[in-house]
Design a protein around this ligand. Structure first.
Ligand SMILES: Nc1ncnc2c1ncn2[C@@H]1O[C@H](COP(=O)(O)OP(=O)(O)O)[C@@H](O)[C@H]1O
Ligand SMILES: CC(=O)N[C@@H](CCC(=O)OP(=O)(O)O)C(=O)O
Length: 309
């Protein structure tokens, strides 16, 4: 056989392998741009709809870590908390988009977030290696809060053990990142003043942590395609908006989008380069968003940004 004659079987293999190489090479500019950067990923309870999605989420996060990024996961668990409260015979009530959290409800919130949802995500991530370490905002003073009293019709309203973040200490999270680990953070805060623990909305916690860490990107995975321009009347997604444009829009937003978009604004104003709301129901949404042109959803950028996708 002459040196130029392909051995039987080698040509088809080359043929199928080339597109794979091209796909990998297409990711090179994104890999270069994001190398060494911190990405805070908020995984919402509503996006954790099935086991395949959760497994794909874990693969994506581990992929980012292997690609040289520093992913930090902050997770929610609203529907899981509501189900557990129901099993305990406790009602779920929301005011100003936040769960009214009695002391008994707080026990359940903590049990579900730190003992159930966080454990499950840590387990899924660690199927790929010794990466994920779970913590709550209580650990090493990561998140400190005081009692939050939202204004409803101009009046402060008591909604129990719901926290407003007053301080963040990123030392533990940064130490884990420096050690090549993937921190998985539950949105529970220690109290600044009374020795209790507080329930913090997970979008708010993720945004505050992203700003405090000086993250490059905040990525919020939820159960819609992004921020709809005229929800619920149309499914036209706003693909990109500046901080000032978002600020103007905030008073018109409702329900779950309020903490998400307030969080995106806080993050971007706090130095995060882009904050994105993306559809967590799409498998591998994180990889699509970071490494391809096909990223969809809503991207919030600083007013003076010239941000490539
Ligand atoms: N303008 C909007 N665009 C998209 N979704 C909106 C909008 N306003 C309110 N929503 C609601 O916000 C929900 C997402 O928030 P939430 O239920 O808190 O999710 P998660 O558990 O992911 O944090 C959507 O499912 C939708 O019902
Ligand atoms: C104060 C408050 O409302 N806390 C939230 C914390 C969990 C959360 O935010 O979960 P999602 O991201 O899945 O909505 C709650 O108790 O539901």
């Amino acid at each position: 056989m002459s040196p130029s004659t392909p051995r039987p079987g080698s040509a088809p293999r080359k043929h199928t392998a080339l597109p794979k190489a091209q796909t990998l090479i297409e990711a090179l500019p994104w890999l270069t741009r994001h190398h060494g950067k911190t990405v805070v990923i908020k995984f919402g309870g509503n996006a954790m709809v099935d086991d395949a999605l959760k497994a794909a989420f874990a693969q994506d996060v581990v992929f980012l870590r292997h690609a040289g990024l520093k992913p930090v996961v902050v997770h929610g668990g609203g529907p899981q908390i509501s189900a557990a409260l129901d099993r305990h015979g406790l009602v779920s009530e929301f005011k100003a988009g936040l769960r009214v959290t009695t002391p008994e409800a707080m026990d359940v919130v903590r049990m579900v977030l730190a003992g159930q949802v966080q454990r499950e995500l840590v387990g899924l991530l660690n199927q790929h290696g010794p990466f994920a370490v779970g913590l709550t905002g209580e650990d090493a003073h990561t998140i400190t809060a005081t009692r939050h009293q939202p204004l409803i019709d101009g009046e402060p309203v008591d909604i129990g053990r719901v926290g407003e973040i007053t301080a963040l200490d990123t030392g533990a999270v940064e130490a884990l990142l420096a050690d090549g680990r993937i921190p998985v953070v539950s949105s529970i805060a220690r109290s600044e003043d009374d020795g209790h623990v507080y329930n913090v909305n997970a979008d708010t916690a993720a945004a505050a942590l992203a700003a405090a860490l000086g993250a490059e990107t905040l990525m919020v995975l939820t159960d819609v395609e992004g921020l709809y321009e005229d929800w619920p009347n149309s499914d036209e997604v706003i693909s990109r908006l500046t901080a000032t444009e978002l600020e103007k829009l905030l008073p018109e937003l409702s329900s779950g989008m309020v903490p998400k978009m307030e969080g995106c604004l806080h993050a971007v104003r706090g130095g995060v380069r882009t904050a994105r709301v993306i559809d967590g129901r799409v498998q591998h949404a994180i990889l699509l968003e970071i490494f391809t042109d096909e990223g969809v959803g809503t991207m919030v950028v600083p007013d003076d940004a010239e941000v490539p996708a």
